[in-house]
Design a protein around this ligand. Sequence first.
Ligand code: GYE
Length: 314
Amino acid sequence: MVGTLSACGGESDDAGSGTKDDGKITMGFAQVGAESGWRTANTKSIQEAATAAGIELKFSDAQQKQENQIKAIRSYIAQKVDIIAFSPVVESGWDTVLKEAKDAKIPVILTDRAVDSKDTTLYKTFIGSDFVLEGKKAGEWLVKEYTGKTDTVNIVELQGTTGSAPANDRKSGFADVIKADPKFKVIASQTGDFTRAKGKEVMEAFLKANPKIDVLYAHNDDMGLGAIEAIEAAGKKPGVDIKIITVDAVKDGMTALAAGKISYIVECSPLLGPQLMDLAKKVLKGETIPQRVLTEESAFTPEQAKAALPDRKY
Ligand code: GYE
């Protein structure tokens, strides 16, 4: 079968608006890594959705390194895939490789994390969460929790990967909300790279340096779970001596929330696969798609976690 494929509406040699001669769409996906429960669920969602959509997936894991992602993207360009999707580990430094994809007429979809490129024609759309809003939700819970109290609230913050969109935005959204009340003091803030091991290590250091910590705000569940180990090892009760707020709502996080060790979790859905495949098909058919596709999500208290856990997909 050569030439026009009415279902896909494109010609084989025009990678920007069609598929190859076999009619099958090939997608190159450059994943961040396997740093968290969220990421594992996200990878599974993408792989399963590709199979369900009949899209051939070339998948790579960059082990949280931008250089590896750039290499993977260049190899997808060389392999002439129909479409590239990736979750940029950090926000900056993508213009050159995105330009290479554009010159090769291979459309790019950003999933989960954004880039700071000024030229938005370098990618077709960005599908993912509003991380600033997630940070705000975390801050709003805290403000409510301490309503009517005047004592200083000492907060420590475990940031995600330095330079990543979720770390930048979850930090700024949270800071924006709590700055309205000077009783809230962020006394330490450091990266835990979105992993359990780093979350534990940095929390240990926080505990040693600061005798009075009231609240931990961790940019994801995994770092919060690592920190819980450090808090317990220091002879303190997570959720009681130190209140913990996290983001993601993966099963392990929700289990700790239901047990009262975490006090509040802002949800961030990793189940982006089906929407991504849908958008990829539309892009390749030449349909107009929105520049930004937002993920829908909520937030959970311990009671709500207990109710939601049995049906939790990730
Ligand atoms: O919150 C964290 C993961 O980019 C939204 O990356 C994602 C974040 C998620 O490692 O657990």
